[in-house]
Structure formats: C-alpha cells, structure tokens
Design a protein around this ligand. Structure first.
Ligand code: NAD
Length: 371
C-alpha cells in the first residue's frame, strides 16, 4: 500500500509499504480519507514529541476489510461488520484499564503510554513496517495511508446518508468539539460563548455550541475568510484579532461583560490568557489547543478566584460513547462535515496539504483522499 511517511527534517514522503495485519480486537480499514489536523503539524514541527519514522494521520473514514483473528464477538461494537463504512477516532481506548472501565476513554492509560509515547498499539508493537522489516511508528491508527489497523474500540459505523470522504473529520474535529462543548464546558441553553481560533476544530465547536443552545457565539480569528465561514456556520459575531488588536475588550463589550464559556482552539499562551480574560463571572475557559513543548500561560490569580471562574483542559472525548453521538449529530445536521471540509488533496499531494495548513491557507478542514 502507499503511506505518507514522516521523518524529522524532511517533507512527508509517500512510500510503498506492506499492508498491515490486524490482531485480535483490531480491524483493517481501507481508508477513504484522512483529515489534515494541526496536531500532526505540531508533530512534524517537533512541537509535540513523537518517535520517527512514523505514519501520522488520526481521523479517518473507510471500510472494514478484515477483523483480526481471535477477536471475540464482545469486542466488536454494534454495527461494525466486514465491508461496512466506518469512521475512526484518534483516541483509541484499550477498554480495560481503570479509566476505560470508568468510561473515561479520553484518559486511557495504555493509549497514552503505548500509542502517544511510543507509537505502538497495546501489545507494545507497531503494525507498520517498511518492506525491509524496519518498524514505523503509528500516530493513532496512522491514517495517512491506503489501509490502517485500528482497535475496534475506536470505530463507529458511518451511515449511508453521510458522505464517505468528508466524514473523516468526525474522528478528531467532531469528537474533540463534542468533548469540549458537552463534556468540558457543558454548554447550556442561552450561554454566551467565544471561540478563539476557528480552524478545523474551532469551526466544529462553533456548530456544536450553537446546536447545544448557545445564544451568542463570538468567533475570534486572524483571518476574515475564516471568520466569514464561522458566521455562515452559526457564529453570531466575529472579531478579527489582527484588526481589533486585543480581542478581549471587544468580546467583553459585545457580550455585556464577558462570556459564559471561552474555547481556546489554537494553543498559545496569549490566546489562553485571552480566553480567561473574556470570561464573565462564573465563566469557564476550555483549553483545546495543544501548545509547543512546555509553553506556559500566566493567569492573574485573584480575579479568577473572586469571579469563581474555571479553566479546564479538554482532550478528544469518550470515544466509545461519544463517537456514535458525534455521528448522530452530523446526521441530524448539527455538524456539517461538507461545510467544514473546504479542500481535498490526493495522497501524492499530502505534503502540500500540510504546507498549506502551516501557511494558514486552509479555511475549515482539509482532507486527504486515498483514491
Ligand atoms: P487550524 O490550523 O485548522 O486552526 C487554527 C486557527 O487558529 C486558524 O483558523 C488560524 O487562523 C487561527 N489562529 C492562529 N493564531 C491565532 C491568533 N493568535 N488569534 C486568533 N486566531 C488565530 O488548527 P486545528 O486543526 O483546528 O487545531 C487547533 C488546535 O487544536 C491545535 O493546537 C491542535 O493541535 C489542537 N487539537 C486539540 C485536540 C484536543 O483533543 N484537545 C484535538 C485536535 C487538535
């Protein structure tokens, strides 16, 4: 199969490598499309540590073509069958650790220890290797390839009324936004909301916050065309940080003294500080953006205490319960994958896709189509 292999210091290269073989509890998926997420770019730029060489790509749609030998019926989620269309989530829970048993797939210990630190699956080995046998690390399921092996816990069926390619973004942009809006922020009817950074993740947060009942949604970005897309998809106000300078007073004023929830979907100290600065009394700042290395933000303590505000991190969501819910929300039109995805590239142009993302030239989300 063809796969995009990443090695530090060189552009992504499409190589021919053996099709991986799934083990018990895993599926082989013929990938239709894989989303172009900024987290992969963080890895490529060395801002997030990850072993190399590796195949990145962590939100996919595709078709199940094989289920690992020795898989028990209990390991197969409802609706997952050979030949069926699926979406795959970037958080691939083991299903058996204490966090998973408590339903907290987003905190699965073996996932972070094995996959995020070492680039392997739960048995400590990668399913990917070059033709010479040298192993390739897997970032989540390593979706920037024609086929991928993924634990069955990370799959949800993709109904036929959702598009085969664009639905790839449900596995990260959709899941992450769901976790931020419903699990971390608990957006309620009538809440006022700000979303700082309306790229692939922020644009999905805008849509799900509106669907959750937010009355006012202020989109904040540096780019007018991205702000326009956010307005088209449900934001009620837009603030350009480049032209407005500091967006905090603008958001505070237009929301009548601060917002109930501010989502930070970029990952810089300045924008996290802005999110906290935008909060009303009792407001919640939700940190979604991933920052480079050990970047730290400085938060004034006493106002946070006096105003009973909170800052909470949000990573993905609870895959096994929330991914089917994200698919349901996409189906009912609360999250439009076709509006979120504005560009697609073929696998041969995968390096250009990430160059364009780095140049902030992608409005919403891009996908890489495998055929
Ligand atoms: P993206 O590049 O598509 O979007 C980033 C947006 O922020 C762009 O629209 C850009 O114009 C805007 N922006 C950049 N600097 C800005 C500034 N100073 N002020 C206002 N707007 C600014 O990225 P993405 O794929 O949406 O990812 C966003 C962040 O979320 C990344 O850090 C990514 O790693 C992280 N992420 C987190 C999770 C999670 O589970 N927490 C999951 C996926 C991605």
């Amino acid at each position: 199969m063809r796969a995009a292999v990443w090695e530090p210091g060189s552009p992504l290269r499409v190589e021919s490598i053996p099709i991986p073989v799934p083990h018990a509890g895993e599926a082989l998926v013929q990938v239709s499309a894989c989303g172009v997420c900024h987290t992969d770019l963080h890895v490529m730029k060395g801002e997030v540590a990850f072993p190399a060489p590796a195949v990145l790509g962590h939100e996919i749609s595709g078709r199940v073509v094989e289920i690992g030998l020795g898989t028990t019926p209990e390991q197969v989620p409802a609706g997952i069958e050979l030949g069926e269309r699926v979406v795959g989530a970037f958080i691939m829970p083991c299903g058996t650790c204490r966090r998973c048993l408590a339903g907290r797939d987003d905190l699965c210990e073996p996932f972070f220890e094995q996959n995020r630190r070492r680039g392997v699956l739960f048995d400590g080995s990668s399913r990917l290797a070059r033709a010479d046998g040298s192993p390739l690390a897997m970032y989540s399921m390593a979706g920037l390839a024609e086929y991928c092996v993924i634990p069955l816990t990370a799959l949800a069926p993709l109904p036929h009324d959702l598009p085969e390619f664009e639905s790839a973004v449900l596995g990260c942009a959709g899941l992450t936004s769901f976790g931020a809006v419903h699990r971390a922020a608990g957006v309620r009817e009538g809440d006022t909301v700000a979303v700082i950074g309306v790229g692939g993740i922020g644009l999905s947060i805008v849509q799900l916050a509106r669907a959750a009942g937010a009355g006012m949604v202020v989109a904040v970005d540096l780019d007018d065309s991205k702000l326009q897309t956010a307005l088209d998809l449900g934001a009620t106000h837009a603030v350009n940080s480049l032209t407005a300078g500091d967006p905090v007073p603008v958001v505070r004023e237009s929301s009548g003294g601060g917002v109930d929830v501010a989502f930070e979907a970029i990952g810089t100290p300045t924008t996290l500080q802005q999110a906290v600065g935008m909060l009303a009394e009792g407001g919640r700042a939700v940190a979604v953006g991933i920052a480079a290395g050990d970047a730290a933000a400085s938060i004034p303590i006493t106002p946070l205490v006096r105003r009973a505000q909170s800052i909470v991190g949000s990573f993905g969501a609870r895959t096994r319960s929330d991914l089917p819910e994200v698919v349901r929300l996409a189906r009912e039109g609360s999250l439009s994958v076709t509006d979120t995805v504005t560009r697609s590239y073929d696998l041969d142009h995968v390096a250009t896709a990430f160059d364009d993302l780095a140049a902030r030239a992608i409005n919403g989300r891009a996908i890489v189509r495998m055929r």
